[in-house]
Write a protein that binds this ligand. Structure first.
Ligand SMILES: NC(=O)c1ccc[n+]([C@@H]2O[C@H](COP(=O)([O-])OP(=O)(O)OC[C@H]3O[C@@H](n4cnc5c(N)ncnc54)[C@H](OP(=O)(O)O)[C@@H]3O)[C@@H](O)[C@H]2O)c1
Length: 283
């Protein structure tokens, strides 16, 4: 007898968010297929086609992305090849095969000049090559005539997996007595395991009616300095954290000054409470 279990394909399986999905998947009754870049390159239509057919996918969760924000300023073509053309490929093939798609995007699609949390409907104006490439991917998703899609913008992801600010601070704190951390950029630190759980808990609700853009970040806001202090406290470390200006840490890509995302739409639509970042940090 044919199984009722939905087949869920996760791209970018070597990355942070995909590993978080793997971490929580045991609680969910789906047939999961994790494919890293070697097994499924989203810039290669043949590779996508083959994997979609082999896995008989009902839903794709696309976590694959070019995520090197500073390098993207010089490797712009590569960033667009993945974040725009790769995503467009994937969306087109999913649309043709009637497969639903969950795609992850970023706060970097906004200009960072606001002083209140960004809504899904606020105008986009990316200030970096990475942000422009991710916005191009968003447009491709929206134009693809998918049977259903969620385009989930998130920000400041951290977890025990991959490279992220949380792990960087913990590593630096092992060898330094003092750390300078920027105090003039504000965002919402987001536990990637919380996003992974949200996606899997709500997966069966994905349909045409609730298709669209959603913002998922942990609630509240912080500067990188606030976040670093909380990480140091949580781990009972002795390292002193000193607030500094971003002018003292020039980067190739200018970071948004303010990029808190308003998460009320996703909470209301799915009757789902997203916890405060300080609570999420406690595990
Ligand atoms: N991390 C954050 O703070 C943050 C914030 C906002 C939004 N996001 C978005 O959230 C999503 C997940 O981020 P993450 O933190 O999990 O990123 P990540 O750890 O960098 O993972 C991305 C994965 O995609 C893979 N990949 C790159 N090009 C690919 C291709 N052509 N085909 C298939 N896979 C490819 C990468 O493989 P390689 O390592 O081999 O390149 C990597 O394993 C991304 O869409 C990102 O833009 C992240």
């Amino acid at each position: 007898m044919a199984s009722e279990q939905l087949s869920v394909l996760i791209t970018g399986a070597g990355g942070q968010l995909a590993q978080c999905i793997k971490h929580v998947m045991a609680d969910f009754d789906y047939a999961f297929y994790f494919k890293d870049r070697k097994a499924l390159d989203i810039t290669d239509s043949d590779s996508i086609n083959r994997v979609l057919d082999e896995t008989n996918s009902d839903i794709v969760i696309n976590t694959a992305a070019y995520t090197q924000v500073d390098l993207a300023e010089t490797e712009t073509e590569q960033a667009f090849a993945i974040n725009h053309l790769g995503v467009a490929n994937l969306a087109k093939l999913c649309a043709e095969k009637g497969i639903k798609l969950i795609h992850i995007s970023t706060d970097y699609v906004f200009d960072g000049k606001s002083d209140q949390p960004y809504l899904e409907t606020d105008p986009t104006a990316p200030q970096t090559a990475y942000g422009r490439s991710k916005l191009a991917g968003e447009l491709a998703i929206q134009q693809a005539a998918l049977p259903a899609f969620w385009l989930i913008r998130t920000a400041w992801l951290y977890s025990i997996y991959g490279k992220n600010f949380y792990k960087t601070i913990l590593n630096l704190a092992q060898t330094r007595d003092e750390l300078g951390v920027v105090n003039d950029q504000t965002g919402a630190p987001t536990q990637a395991l919380d996003l992974a759980r949200f996606i899997l808990e709500n997966l069966s609700k994905l349909d045409r009616e609730n298709s669209g853009i959603y913002h998922f970040v942990n609630s509240g806001q912080a500067t990188w300095y606030d976040f670093a202090c909380a990480i140091i406290d949580q781990n009972a470390l002795k390292t002193a954290v000193v607030p500094v200006s971003s002018n003292q840490y020039p980067t190739a890509a200018t970071r948004p000054r303010y990029s808190v995302l308003d998460n009320s739409k996703i909470q209301k639509t799915f009757n789902y409470s997203i916890r405060h970042w300080r609570e999420a940090l406690q595990g």
